[in-house]
Ligand binder design. Structure first.
Ligand code: NAP
Length: 161
């Protein structure tokens, strides 16, 4: 869903470390810009493995400048685990589904002053009075705009409910 965001980040000069589990699917993405994209093959529900993967990535590529987090609700500890590995001033863009209560999500997280936390909520597109899901291109493009605008809460699409 966020492949377009990954490719944009690579294009503007970032080295992007991408978390996922499926090596084949991952290599279809990383081979597009192999010098700038790294696969981090780990299940983010496993805190110890995630911590170790973050540590290894930092050892190779240096501290993270920016995080884009799209994390399923079965991994409540994954984002706190990522946040604990970041240096002061890192921008974090937390992507939320349409049904998420953004302020509830924010309140449940312990956000230290060390990170600049932003939320990106996925909404719907309303075209000629009809509501439809966002396409993956719209989602990836919306996340790019959220990264550029750096608002506390950025809505992708026209409305959330
Ligand atoms: N509001 C809207 O307009 C809108 C529009 C489209 C979609 N959506 C919602 O977005 C959802 C689609 O998102 P999706 O998350 O299913 O698809 P996705 O973003 O294509 O996939 C999630 C990514 O996270 C990785 N991942 C998932 N679980 C992981 C884990 N435990 N550890 C490490 N990596 C993991 C997956 O890689 P691996 O498989 O390699 O692990 C995959 O790359 C749909 O269910 C839909 O509800 C909303």
């Amino acid at each position: 869903m966020l492949a377009g965001t990954v490719l944009w980040l690579a294009e503007v000069g970032y080295h992007v470390s991408i978390i996922g589990r499926d090596a084949e699917k991952m290599s279809r993405l990383t081979e597009q810009v192999s010098a700038r994209l790294s696969a981090v093959l780990v299940d983010y529900r496993d805190d110890l493995c995630l911590k170790e993967a973050m540590r290894r990535s930092i050892a190779i590529h240096g501290d993270f400048d920016l995080i884009v987090a799209w994390i399923h609700s079965d991994a409540a500890d994954a984002l706190p685990c990522v946040l604990s590995a970041l240096r002061r001033g890192t921008d974090v863009f937390h992507v939320l589904g349409s049904r998420a209560n953004s302020s509830g999500v924010r309140n449940r997280l312990t956000i230290t002053e060390d990170v600049c936390y932003h939320q990106v909520q996925l909404g719907y597109q309303v075209v000629k009075g009809q509501r439809r899901w966002l396409t993956y291109e719209e989602i990836a493009g919306g996340v790019v705009e959220a990264i550029q605008e750096k608002k506390p809460l950025y809505l992708v699409g026209n409305e959330t409910r």
